[in-house]
Write a protein of this length. Structure first.
Ligand SMILES: NC(=O)c1ccc[n+]([C@@H]2O[C@H](COP(=O)([O-])OP(=O)(O)OC[C@H]3O[C@@H](n4cnc5c(N)ncnc54)[C@H](O)[C@@H]3O)[C@@H](O)[C@H]2O)c1
Length: 304
């Protein structure tokens, strides 16, 4: 199936849609994009060139009407607003306008496929393909079927993403926030708590990740990293040996409310940290190192 996907539709071309279009074009796919905003096509063309100045726009088409945009495509990536009623209406339209063999995939961060596939006549090919921002740089896509999605559609979607160089993971059940954002939420919860409790400065908490475990986490995940901490005994030894203290830290983790006080505290301290620094340079450096890192990772065949 994946090698039969030559032409994709990208519905909704805001932040995420523009980035998907950039990525699909960079992989030589024909792309028809659609968005109802009056300046959408211009924004899209500028955005693609900003994302990747080397990209050719020859295989790009634009249609305001999503029904026209999906004509003749084999895959649809939906990135409309994060509102259930809009997704339900949009998926009913996309479903009616496409052959049942076409995969229709949503980028939604928080709405599950089960919630918007029921309005379709062919819900079995409707599912979630949640990217990480920006999808033209970050390989992860979380794939998850809804109650009515077929196994075949999930496998075909995973195969397609793999064939164009993405790193899809499969969610075996629907869960609010999917997987990666839940893991991030756990970390942010404790980071905010430590700031509120005055345990360390924002600058130092950022360093505690970026110069510490974050370096390893970009290479291996939490489980393989833990396995390597256990020497010959691996993860089993670590959990038997360090499990009890780890559990006591887990029980001591803070809970937090993101109220106005916390927002003020964090945003004021962060603007002090950034004083005299050029944020655009930080972004440029981050993107450059990220690309170098991913290039190195792709050559280190044993790294996942
Ligand atoms: N921003 C992120 O970090 C991020 C990351 C992963 C996934 N997502 C998901 O991607 C989707 C898009 O998010 P975004 O951040 O790009 O939002 P955005 O607001 O930047 O873009 C949404 C786009 O949808 C268009 N739109 C409005 N009504 C529409 C309709 N009826 N049909 C089609 N398009 C319509 C808007 O004109 C706009 O260009 C959401 O479901 C979101 O959860 C966002």
């Amino acid at each position: 199936m994946s090698n039969k996907i030559k032409h994709v539709a990208v519905i909704g071309t805001g932040v995420i849609g523009i980035s998907w279009v950039t990525y699909f074009l960079s992989k030589g796919l024909e792309v028809t994009a659609s968005d109802p905003a009056p300046d959408a096509e211009e924004r899209l063309r500028k955005g693609i060139t900003l994302n990747n100045p080397d990209i050719s726009l020859e295989l790009l088409h634009f249609e305001v009407d999503p029904v026209k945009a999906v004509k003749g495509v084999q895959f649809v990536q939906e990135n409309g607003p994060e509102r259930l009623e809009i997704k339900q209406e949009l998926f009913a339209k996309l479903d009616a306008a496409t052959d049942p063999s076409v995969l229709i995939v949503s980028s939604s961060s928080g709405i599950q496929a089960s919630e918007f596939q029921m309005s379709a006549k062919h819900p079995e090919r409707i599912l979630l393909g949640h990217p990480f921002n920006p999808p033209h740089l970050i390989p992860l896509v979380e794939v998850c079927g809804g109650k009515a999605t077929s196994e075949e559609a999930v496998l075909q979607t995973i195969e397609f993403y793999k064939s164009i160089g993405k790193k899809p993971i499969r969610l075996l059940k629907e869960k609010k926030g999917h997987v990666a954002n839940r893991l991030q939420a756990a970390l942010w919860q404790e980071a905010f708590y430590l700031v509120k409790e005055g345990v360390a400065s924002i600058e130092d908490i950022d360093l505690a990740i970026s110069q510490g475990p974050g370096l390893r986490w970009a290479l291996l995940g939490p489980f393989l990293n833990l396995h390597l901490s256990g020497g010959n005994g691996g993860i089993k030894h670590v959990l038997e040996h360090l499990g009890p203290p780890m559990e006591s830290w887990m029980k001591d983790l803070g809970t937090i409310e993101i109220d106005q006080n916390l927002i003020e505290l964090i945003s004021t301290e962060l603007s002090n940290v950034l004083k005299g620094k050029d944020l655009q340079k930080i972004i440029d450096d981050r993107n450059k190192v990220l690309l170098d890192l991913m290039d190195m990772k792709s050559k280190a065949v044993e790294l996942p």
